[in-house]
Design a protein around this ligand. Structure first.
Ligand SMILES: C/C=C1\OC(C)=C(O)C1=O
Length: 254
């Protein structure tokens, strides 16, 4: 199957750091180039993460790629073009992933909140057969963070775990953790002996997790407020930034 790929697309863009008001829906934004190790994805769904609005606010500007920026880390869609070095994906494949291998250092300027995005093959996996695109888009950054955190903590069957919510005070956990236990922070400074890490996006993690997703043992959790259509991305960000979301904020259809 061959796909006709336009030179221009719809995309949400911010040209400067700031609040939700800097987000603009552009109608004729250039479709990104496809490097040899990348595929071009026709985006079907995308999900928002706190890192998206923190980046837009300029929290990481010292190491960020400079605006203009199309935000968005989590993507689910269809491969419409492959680079010459791509071996494991082909046109027509339904894929998902976190498009930024390193979340904060020079993340892509062409994110997933657009009709097309280019992503390295190594950051993607085939979408789980039982999940729709919105469900798949809700997963990558969060599930890879959880997986990597458990791996770094040396977690294994038979051990106990306490997951503190976003407001959960880590400093207090460090005081009560048992002698051979550990406290894992997924962002920000850690109080020893706790440790903090930043995920490294990797499609191989998603491939390992796919059986758990396809068996239903692990399920996506979308916010009960429902899906936000592509022209309402600014409203979706405003909702996420209330800190009241209880599930993933997903943009669908795109
Ligand atoms: C990768 C996600 C994040 O990384 C940092 C430092 C945050 O504050 C995030 O949300």
């Amino acid at each position: 199957m061959s796909y006709s790929i336009p030179s221009k697309m719809k995309a949400w863009v911010y040209n400067e750091y700031g609040g939700v008001e800097v987000l603009k829906l552009e109608a004729d934004y250039a479709v990104p180039e496809v490097k040899d190790d990348q595929v071009l994805i026709k985006v079907v769904a995308a999900a928002l993460n706190p890192v998206d609005y923190k980046r837009r606010l300029g929290k990481f500007k010292a190491i960020d790629s400079k605006p203009p920026t199309v935000p968005g880390y989590d993507v689910a869609g269809v491969v419409v073009k492959v680079g010459i070095e791509v071996k494991g994906l082909k046109e027509g494949d339904e894929v998902y992933g976190d498009i930024n291998e390193n979340a904060l250092e020079q993340p892509k300027r062409y994110g997933s909140l657009a009709e097309y995005t280019s992503v390295e093959e190594k950051l993607l996996a085939l979408k789980p057969k039982n999940l729709d695109f919105a469900q798949a888009a809700s997963l990558p950054l969060a599930i890879e963070t959880a997986y990597e955190g458990l791996e770094r903590a040396g977690f294994s069957a038979g051990k106990s775990i306490l997951v503190l919510g976003g407001a959960g005070q880590g400093d207090r956990a460090v005081k009560v953790v048992k002698e051979d236990g550990c406290v894992v922070y997924i962002a920000g400074a850690a109080t020893p002996p706790g440790f903090s890490f930043l995920l490294t996006s990797n499609g191989e993690m998603l491939k390992k997790l796919n059986p758990f997703l396809e068996s239903g043992k692990v399920k996506p959790v979308l916010d009960p407020k429902g899906l936000f259509p592509f022209d309402k991305v600014n409203e979706a960000f405003a909702y996420l930034e209330t800190n009241r979301a209880t599930g993933k904020v997903v943009i669908y259809p795109i």
